[in-house]
Design a protein around this ligand. Structure first.
Ligand code: UFG
Length: 332
């Protein structure tokens, strides 16, 4: 049986893009997803098992009956606001279920793990751009669950025959080319770029701009948007690094360039030709003014280079995806 890469959460936004990239690079993909937030429509690459990380018996069976070379772990709850109101859900899904996954991997001799971490593990930046050695003091339960898993991985790698990469994503955005059938699809959608594009399509749904009084050039928050296909490629490089015996490490994945919310909205207007309706709204709790990452380590060690760094290209690919999701026009 050829060796497979197990993608926990491979039917989600970033997981499905990684599945596409892995398949294109010649890897055998095995997606494990409970389809709670992932989409059946994204099960397009490799083989699939519908299962839940809470179900240790099913997990053990998946590891026992396949030839799994490495695990990529995308499965998580990822709404910062919800993590504040329902932290138990986050600790169960993101921490306890990850322990199930890592124990199953260890028990079946799987030695390589690539984990979807986040810039939210840093908390409020003390200096910018954020490097991996910046203190990690997350300001919400979501970030704390991701940091807990980073520590779990370090401890597993210290004790068992495992190495890992924690990939700290900045703001994943954009979509794979039209025709691949995958893109950004969250329910509910909370992310800036899809909401801005949806506001362009439907003036009845204005974009709420959260906070106009931040200490930034135009008062709106600044973020580092990274194309999801560039993120996907970093996973392949991390896999190859681990397979070659690379040491366990955390890597930032961002473009190192920040854009304000207003700049993103201007870009959306340019790409679509339809300026989104915008309503100024109060700040969203827990949003730092600026988050920009230094991905120098991933570039130097993994040989990663984002090639879709241009914001217009990122928003343009998201726009193609939004258009592909519109219902077909009615005949007559
Ligand atoms: N924003 C708006 N209006 C909206 C949505 C977002 O003004 O309707 C603003 C936010 O306040 C923020 C920026 O747009 O300043 C980006 O917001 P997103 O929700 O798109 O992304 P986040 O930066 O909040 O979240 C991302 C990931 C999270 C992760 C977080 C780490 O999606 O999983 O980065 O900071 F936790």
């Amino acid at each position: 049986m050829p060796a497979q890469i197990l993608l926990a959460g491979g039917a989600g936004y970033i997981g499905s893009h990684a599945a596409l990239a892995l398949q294109a690079a010649g890897y055998e993909v095995l997606v494990f997803d409970n389809l709670s937030t992932g989409h059946r429509e994204f099960l397009r690459f490799g083989r699939q098992v519908t299962g839940d990380l809470a179900d240790r018996a099913t997990l053990a069976k998946v590891f026992a009956t396949n030839n799994i070379l490495a695990v990529m772990h995308f499965a998580a709850c990822a709404y910062v606001g919800e993590s504040v109101t329902d932290p138990a859900k986050y600790y169960r899904n993101n921490v306890a279920n990850t322990l199930n996954l890592l124990e199953a991997a260890r028990d079946h001799g799987v030695r390589h793990v690539i984990f979807s971490s986040t810039c939210a593990t840093y908390g409020l930046p003390q200096h910018l751009p954020l490097r991996e050695d910046h203190p990690q003091n997350p300001v919400n339960p979501y970030g704390r669950t991701k940091l807990a898993v980073e520590w779990m991985l370090r401890d597993f790698a210290g004790a068992y025959a495992m190495n890992f990469c924690s990939l700290r994503y900045f703001n994943a955005a954009g979509a794979a080319p039209a025709g691949t059938g995958i893109g950004e699809w969250h329910e509910p959608e909370t992310h800036l770029i899809p909401l801005a594009l949806q506001a362009s399509l439907d003036p009845a749904r204005p974009l709420r701009l959260f906070g106009a009084d931040y200490a930034t050039q135009d008062g709106s928050c600044v973020r580092d948007y990274i194309h999801v296909c560039d993120l996907a490629e970093a996973h392949i490089l991390a896999l190859e690094w681990l397979l070659a015996g690379g040491k366990s490490a955390a890597f930032n994945l961002g473009n190192g360039r920040g854009y304000s919310v207003r700049e993103v909205l201007a870009c959306a207007a340019k790409v679509t030709g339809l300026p989104p309706a915008v309503e100024e709204a109060p700040r969203r709790p827990g949003d730092p003014d600026v988050l920009v990452g230094d991905a120098g380590r991933a570039m130097a060690e993994l040989g990663w280079k984002p090639v879709r760094a241009d914001l217009e290209q990122i928003v343009g690919s998201a726009w193609e995806w939004e258009l592909s999701r519109l219902p077909p026009p009615r005949a007559g």
